[in-house]
Ligand binder design. Sequence first.
Ligand code: AMP
Length: 278
Amino acid sequence: MILIETIEKLKEVLFRIKSNGKTIGLVPTMGALHEGHISLIKKAKSENQVVVLSIFVNPVQFDKPNDLERYPRDLEKDLLLVESFTDIVFAPSVKEIYPTEPTEKYNFDELENIMEGVSRPGHFNGVAIIVKRLFDYVQPNRAYFGEKDFQQLAIIRKLVEQTKDDVTIVACPIVREPNGLAMSSRNQLLSFAKRNIASKVYGIINKSKALGTPNVKKISEFVLTEVKKFELVKLDYFTIINDATLQPVESLEDAKGVVACVAFSVGDVRLIDMIRFK
Ligand code: AMP
């Protein structure tokens, strides 16, 4: 495994690899790696000859300075964790990626005017900026993203459609803690007790699915009522949507490709999750 910190060096190394006709899988992350990230890396390794893992806490996708500041970072630990199944780790500085203020503006219309796009203004433009730049530097055959960030996945697919980049987007399922909580770098910011409380939301949504009703209003009411029982949990949104258009579904009857997306805070830590309904 090699650690690369500059774009120039990355391009130079990848040029040699590509000249040998090798396929490249890219896994973009913000570090503080956990089993969820590892599952993406392993998938990339199984489908490509060379895996590039990027570790970069992308400032332009944070809407709150405090969230950026306290985002967990531990490069040394990350490197040890991925050593045996990553070929290249690209961990640039902020200056390297953004020597000047980025000015790219993307438009994802109805895909971004909902959920995270509403709660975190500018977030997806920031995500698109870094992902597009990474695609340009690496020019991967495939890029791997987690379904946990379900809206992000849809937006990246749209980005590729718009830019016509020749890259296959591979979606990977959510990896969870034994208690059901979706793994997230932000979980590190929670005490053991709070992690346990956070896992209750997953339990509630699973229960709402098990109600077996096609009535989306009823399902949502159930989730809202149950979540309210946990004082520390503040629900941002719970929404049942079509998995391709991301538009709300009114009834589960006859609907195909339905997922529930949720965002909530436990204390001052904001988490998201997703569960497939159909
Ligand atoms: P992040 O470092 O949080 O930006 O995540 C990097 C990538 O890992 C994104 O594509 C995420 O969707 C994915 N990811 C994060 N957590 C999980 C998880 N628990 N299971 C699967 N993929 C995940």
